[in-house]
Design a protein around this ligand. Sequence first.
Ligand SMILES: Nc1ncnc2c1ncn2[C@@H]1O[C@H](COP(=O)(O)OP(=O)(O)OP(=O)(O)O)[C@@H](O)[C@H]1O
Ligand SMILES: CC(C)(CO)[C@@H](O)C(=O)NCCC(=O)O
Ligand SMILES: [K+]
Length: 249
Amino acid sequence: MSEVSRVNWLFIDAGNSCIKAASYSAGAMTMLGVIESHCQLSSILAQVDAILIASVGQRGWVNELKERCHTLSVPCFEVEVKRSFLGIENLYENIQQMGCDRWLAVIGASTLTDSPFVIADFGTAINVEFVDQQRNYIGGWIAPGIQLLYSSLFKGTDKVKGQLGRSLDLKAGKNTQKAVDGGCAAAAVGILTMAIQQAEDLGDNPVIFVCGGDFARIEQLTNKRVRHESALVFLGMQEYAAQIALKCG
Ligand SMILES: Nc1ncnc2c1ncn2[C@@H]1O[C@H](COP(=O)(O)OP(=O)(O)OP(=O)(O)O)[C@@H](O)[C@H]1O
Ligand SMILES: CC(C)(CO)[C@@H](O)C(=O)NCCC(=O)O
Ligand SMILES: [K+]
């Protein structure tokens, strides 16, 4: 066993609507779910050797966590998007601009297939990533997530009102609620459909990965050929952490 596997890592995914955590040690990852309180975090911190943070939001919270780690002498690292990592070439114009959660999902997915692939992530935003046969990350799409589609629609109109349900369908709506459900479902499924269409240009037999908290709402409306991998960001963090451990070891 190498040094790498002896570290008890805490992975933090600080997003726009919530903060998620996972622990990783001896090659095994455990999902810790959404971090709701400081108290919950304190008990987790007591059990880890090092922390890896991926942040696209929650800057104040992340800075506080880094200060606490400093006080506790727990090494704390933040994910940075790289130009090249594990054989994936990143063609984003300015890598500093790219959300590290997107980059980590690409890295995570790259460990699951040698084929070209697409990732459609139905989270706060719906973001889509494209990797071609030559292992180039050629860029992607960022669109409003399902929750944002609803809230921006309600905000921008007087008479359109409703609530986001657990499962959506594409039937023609005969009332406002059902019309909104169908419209927003069509927007989300439409992005996936277009992504699958674009994937044909990436190379042979592209894999279509899907993830994100809102995927369940449209799952029954999508082709079963998509591959649901809910932990791509954390899988990417596993690879990122292994590189840090190698450098430090
Ligand atoms: N347990 C759950 N069941 C159903 N929907 C959920 C659940 N948890 C989250 N969601 C939905 O998932 C969406 C957020 O998805 P996810 O957690 O994948 O987001 P993300 O892209 O990681 O965003 P963030 O930047 O906030 O971390 C929310 O809009 C919410 O509607
Ligand atoms: C697109 C989101 C919001 C997805 O979480 C995040 O990756 C982000 O804030 N990205 C920054 C912009 C970019 O990736 O180009
Ligand atoms: K997302």
